[in-house]
Design a protein around this ligand. Structure first.
Ligand code: NDP
Length: 405
């Protein structure tokens, strides 16, 4: 039995992971689940799964969770606070950690799992974008097994030779071709983008995902974050990554070799495929995904992304080339701007404008330690808030968090 911890179990990737685990009760045991503040959903998951541990980062919500359970799940220890997530990642009975928390909040627990040498299923791309060199060094030092969950990176991983070392490109690899659906505003003229709503941005044409990554897909920042992620995971330069808009989301990405071969991974757009792949790797297990019918799909289209209309992608490409603290600043400014957009305090084109303004001033040098990353992250968030709300403003979710603290 493989012991699994699902960090971010109440989210879209978290729920898909539980769905795959439920199909294989003889193979996996769910040891721990964790989320931020959704006490009702976590209580429901505890009643269904009876894990040994459950945690909520928000202490007030954890108290609510204990009240909701009212002694009904005596076998589950409920932990509270952001430190609890790291504790769960380190449990000796946990062999496999699904890192599915959204945003920078997932960084510490992801790093903890890497340092502890766990099998790390990495969905939380922001931790890699922020602290890529630290995370990859931790994986190499501990011998952790790093398996990408992002469908594109999971596809690339599947197209690489077996036993390719994490962070290094195999001999003969020429390029990586990263596909992008183009998001819900793929064909919208630039003038119309100022009026788009958070609801429209979150209505992705092919994938069902959390709100933050849905907005990132709509701005194409998601593809920019994935470009940075690909460079770190597979040891390629930004110039070796070509981004292709592929509206059908059937070809999840491709790898080109020097002999002219191009290998691709295809499948229905459903996160349960990469999740099942990573859970069972190197074996294959049933994921519950609808099998691909290429005749029904009919045709597969590819085109270049429009970086004039979708400035976030150009900003991320620049950050990938610059390296150092640039990706940290990019990610932090993006998280603040996306939250402000979701709260209707910033319009859609404003997301790129805020990031661009914050990116104008980035300290030189590469982060040597987590403290450098966290300092650059905090400073960039502050500058993004100042830009959006004036000197003392916060997003509503931050005000709530500060009130709880
Ligand atoms: P969701 O918004 O659906 O879920 C986010 C999860 O993170 C929830 O469980 C949430 O808990 C938890 N969380 C949020 N903030 C904190 C915090 N401060 N401390 C602890 N837990 C927290 O996101 P997704 O599942 O869509 O995405 C998760 C990650 O996976 C992201 O990094 C995303 O980029 C990546 N990813 C997602 C894909 C998808 O298809 N959804 C595809 C590829 C990558 P609560 O419910 O309590 O708020």
């Amino acid at each position: 039995m493989i012991g699994v911890a699902v960090l971010g179990s109440t989210g879209s990737v978290g729920e898909s992971t539980l769905d795959v685990l439920a199909r294989h009760p003889q193979r996996f045991r769910l040891i721990a689940i964790a989320a931020n503040s959704n006490a009702a959903k976590l209580a429901q998951q505890i009643r269904t799964w009876r894990p040994a541990y459950a945690a909520l980062a928000d202490e007030g919500a954890a108290a609510e969770l204990r009240a909701l359970l009212d002694g009904a799940a005596a076998g589950t220890r409920v932990l509270a606070g952001s430190g609890a997530l790291e504790e769960l990642a380190l449990l000796p009975e946990v062999h496999c950690v699904m890192a599915a928390i959204v945003g920078a909040a997932g960084l510490r627990s992801t790093l903890a799992a890497a340092r502890a040498g766990k099998r790390l299923l990495l969905a939380n791309k922001e931790s890699l974008v922020m602290a890529g060199s630290l995370l990859m060094a931790a994986v190499r030092a501990s011998g952790a097994t790093l398996l990408p969950i992002d469908s594109e990176h999971n596809a690339i991983f599947q197209c690489l030779p077996p036993r390719t070392a994490p962070g290094s490109a195999p001999a003969g690899l020429r390029r990586v071709l990263l596909t992008a659906s183009g998001g819900p505003f793929r064909d919208l003229p630039r003038e119309a983008l100022a009026a788009v709503t958070p609801e429209a941005a979150c209505a992705h044409p092919n994938w069902v995902m959390g709100r933050k990554i849905s907005v990132d897909s709509a701005t194409l920042m998601n593809k920019g974050l994935e470009l940075i992620e690909a460079c770190l995971l597979f040891g390629v330069a930004p110039s070796q990554v070509e981004i292709l808009v592929h509206p059908q989301s059937i070809v999840h990405s491709l790898v080109e070799y020097v002999d002219g071969s191009v290998l691709a991974q295809l499948g229905s757009p459903d996160m349960r495929t990469p999740i099942a792949h990573a859970l069972a790797w190197p074996e294959r297990i049933d994921s519950g995904v609808e099998f691909l019918d290429l005749l029904k799909a009919g045709h597969l289209d590819f085109r270049a992304p429009d970086v004039e209309r979708f400035r976030c992608l150009a900003l991320a490409q620049a950050a990938a080339r610059a390296g150092g603290l640039h990706p940290v600043v990019l990610n932090a400014a993006n998280e603040v701007a996306v939250q402000a957009f979701l709260e209707r305090r910033l319009n859609f084109p404003g997301i790129a404008a805020v990031i661009e303004a914050v990116m104008e001033r980035v300290s030189r040098g590469a982060p040597d330690a987590l403290a450098d990353v966290l300092a650059a992250d905090a400073e960039a968030r502050q500058r993004a808030r100042e830009r959006i709300f004036g000197t003392t403003g916060t997003t509503r979710s931050e005000s709530v968090r500060d009130a709880h603290a």
